[in-house]
Design a protein around this ligand. Structure first.
Ligand code: FDA
Length: 411
């Protein structure tokens, strides 16, 4: 038998480490044991934000998330506002600075410093971390819980499940925790990768080109999402922040077997009228200029060439010969260039998971399960996924704080 703890936290990622440390600081009388299957927990913190760890964002609200009910997400986020996250990290020796889009990074720009600070704090608080201890079974007993691990079984009065989603399964977050929750009575909203690059069904000459676009998702003919940001053309398809943010919308529609397509506005900020004006006035001023040279005033040359080829327009055609019909076709293509998305790159390349434990089965004031007394669920394993920008970590810190506060006051 392993030594028992009053509270066992399963999963020592962002949410689990924070919850264990918070709980010990709020109630030092609680014995807290942290179990993680990975030999070295915290892999995702290390690889996050390009190894710089985008810890949070200056402005976080329920509108930055998809998944469960916005009112529930709001309630949890209010349990640990961003200002408190910033102060908490400062108290751990990790000061943060702001970058574009409100993203907050450690001043040292090293995710290793964030992970080390969390591990140090969990240890200093008195939480006992048992790495390399994968949980294979979790059952409710008369006195609390029985927890099965490869190293033996242990008991707990309460359990915090913080096993993450399914992205980067080799990090240890492979969805096994969702099955533990399901067996304890929880509904699992079907999962898909989120924040994931997308595969496109044609080889593009644009590999390596990045530019700002507006992406639209059309579900059964209606525009259901419109997102702006940088798109990167790659050897497999498309990536970049706007594609990562859009990916969950495309994948959820596919999951629901709804007809979905994606288009790119290559001239965000322009509309049909403004682009028509551009072409008519350029043709009037420079009738002998070629289509390609005029297109180069709107777009990077390689993108212009791809669009002209895709619309079967001769790049050398003088603007004087550019007909109204062709002009309208080209303008339409610039505003709604179809992206033939076939699939995503999958969980191995996803930064998050959409779907998970149904949020309505959690009390947002405590993160306590409404299905199983003594069970608390936090972090990415819940049906909440944030957009790019530090939101997923803020969800992890906030849900951890809410659970710790509730457990500290529970007798
Ligand atoms: P997480 O997955 O981090 O941890 C779960 C832990 O549970 C793991 O350590 C795992 O080993 C353990 N576990 C699972 N099953 C178990 C079992 N049965 N028994 C024992 N242990 C088990 N977010 C953000 O806000 N800013 C950013 O910059 C980035 N960047 C980023 C980059 C990349 C490449 C990825 C993959 C992800 C991001 N994210 C991010 C997302 C962010 O990393 C993610 O949302 C959080 O790490 C989720 O924290 P959790 O603690 O909930 O799960």
């Amino acid at each position: 038998m392993l030594p028992d703890g009053d509270v066992v936290v399963i999963g020592a990622g962002a949410a689990g480490l924070a919850a264990a440390a918070f709980l010990r600081r709020l109630d030092p009388s609680r014995r807290v044991t942290l179990l993680d299957g990975a030999a070295r927990p915290g892999a995702k913190i290390l690889i996050s934000g390009g190894s710089r760890c985008n810890v949070t964002n200056v402005s976080v609200s329920e509108r930055d998330f998809c998944g469960g009910k916005p009112a529930v997400i709001r309630r949890v986020l209010r349990g640990f506002p961003v200002a408190e996250t910033i102060d908490w990290f400062a108290s751990l020796g990790v000061s943060l600075h702001e970058e574009a889009h409100g993203k907050l990074f450690p001043d040292t720009n090293r995710s290793r410093d964030v992970l080390d600070a969390l591990l140090r704090e969990a240890d200093a608080s008195g939480a006992v971390l048992k790495a390399g201890t994968r949980v294979t079974g979790l059952t409710r007993t008369a006195g609390g819980f029985s927890i099965e691990t490869a190293a033996g079984s242990l008991t707990a009065a309460a359990v915090i499940l913080a096993t993450g989603g399914q992205s980067i399964p080799k990090s240890g977050s492979d969805g096994a925790g969702l099955e533990l929750a399901r067996r304890l009575g929880h509904t699992i909203v079907p999962t898909t990768p989120a924040l994931v690059p997308l595969l496109v069904d044609h080889r593009s000459a644009l590999q390596g080109v990045a530019h700002d676009v507006e992406l639209s998702i059309w579900t059964e003919g209606a525009r259901t999402a419109r997102l702006s940001g940088a798109l990167l053309w790659t050897h497999f398809g498309v990536s970049g922040p706007v594609v990562l943010d859009a990916s969950r919308h495309w994948l959820r529609a596919r999951l629901e077997q709804r007809a979905v397509r994606m288009t790119v506005n290559l001239r965000p900020g322009d509309n049909f009228e403004s682009l028509e004006r551009f072409w008519t006035s350029t043709a009037a001023e420079r009738p002998r200029a070629s289509l390609a040279s005029a297109a180069a005033r709107l777009l990077p040359a390689s993108i212009g060439a791809t669009i002209l080829a895709g619309t079967r327009l001769d790049p050398q055609m003088p603007l004087a010969h550019f007909t109204r019909g062709d002009r309208r076709r080209l303008v339409q293509a610039l505003l709604e260039w179809p992206l033939a998305v076939t699939a995503s790159r999958g969980y191995d390349y996803a930064e998050a998971t959409a779907g998970g434990v149904a949020l309505e089965e959690i009390d947002p004031g405590s993160m306590a399960s409404r299905r199983c007394d003594g069970l608390y669920l936090i972090g990415e394993m819940l049906d909440v996924d944030g957009r790019i920008g530090g939101f997923n970590f803020q969800w992890a810190w906030a849900s951890a704080r809410v659970a710790a506060r509730a457990l500290a006051s529970r007798r």
